[in-house]
Write a protein that binds this ligand. Sequence first.
Ligand SMILES: Cc1ncc(COP(=O)(O)O)c(C=O)c1O
Length: 378
Amino acid sequence: MQLPEKGTNREPESGVVTSHLPEHGANPRRVYEKLGMEAPAELIDFSENCNPSGPPAAVLELWPKLISRLNGYPDPSGEPFLSVAANYHGIEVSSVIAGNGAAELLSLIAERYRGKRAIVVHPTFSEYETTLQAKGVEIVRLIASEEDGFKLPQEAILDSLPSASAIYLCTPNNPTGILPERADLLSIIHKAGEVGCEVVLDEAFIDFIDEGKSFIPQVKEFPHVIVVRSMTKMYAIPGIRLGYAVAHPDVIASLKSQVPHWNVNGMAAAIGAVCLEQEAYREAAIRHAKEEREKMTVFLKQHGCIVIDSVANFLSFKPLNAGKLYTDMLKQGIVLRHSENFHGMDGHYLRIGMKSSEEMEKLRGKLVEWFENELDRA
Ligand SMILES: Cc1ncc(COP(=O)(O)O)c(C=O)c1O
């Protein structure tokens, strides 16, 4: 299945009208609006991937005090968050830049490659291409193969590096949830260094695995590597917009010279500093994501679906008829993430973000009914 041409509606055999579907998960009511469907009063949004336990209790306690920050300009470099983030990773403040979400940093980073070429390995987060194309960057699009379990196409990557100024890798990857092997990552990074290609590693979801898997401790050895982090997912604070990037101080200085003044609001900077102190909260979130992901994987496989081996707080799976399942679930207030704009998945997969145990159970209940109905119809 290819993405439909702009402005056309398509009704494939799957029965879902796929044109104009939102490019991202979350904002579920927009899905209904775009499909011209009436949204049920109650929705469960499995299309977004934030920690279902909500922001840490310490953030809610801090909330009333944040009102005093409204009438003052924030710190222009994002303090106190910046120093807490540097301390959290044991690195110098000069190696970190705070941003209005990882999204702002991706846009800022894309500017480095204006008029050049960048490699994007699909299926992956659509903002890499969107931000790069906005800066006139030519995209070298590589596609991980389904037959190969969506593993990084290592040979094609190594062959392409000399022709590009940057490569973007999502670690773990959204939407597959696959974390590349460290040896594969290192061989890409070494070769990229030799041929003058920068490596952008997006670790937006690494908090859900283990901080020990982050590339941040090694960034000082590799001045051509930029690591992007999001505070949105683990700390369930998508509304406040906070992220950061770690790189060589010269790269950070150059990014800082481009960033709008006061890009991080004062409330976000205070909240982010508190979030990074929440060790027990993080551990509980990692445990929960793993338990629910494993339970859902077994369930989906039992019902004949192909499930990608994710290590993140979401998983992608391929049922017999993804389009029909997607729309049938929408009718019942269950919003999954379609894969129409994930090149290489092309609508055949659906992604589920791990929610509370009750919500996951509810989803399994709806899915069982659907699988049984489909079996009866066959
Ligand atoms: C892989 C990936 N990177 C970055 C982002 C952006 O995160 P933020 O909310 O910090 O802008 C997202 C959001 O969905 C994402 O999925």
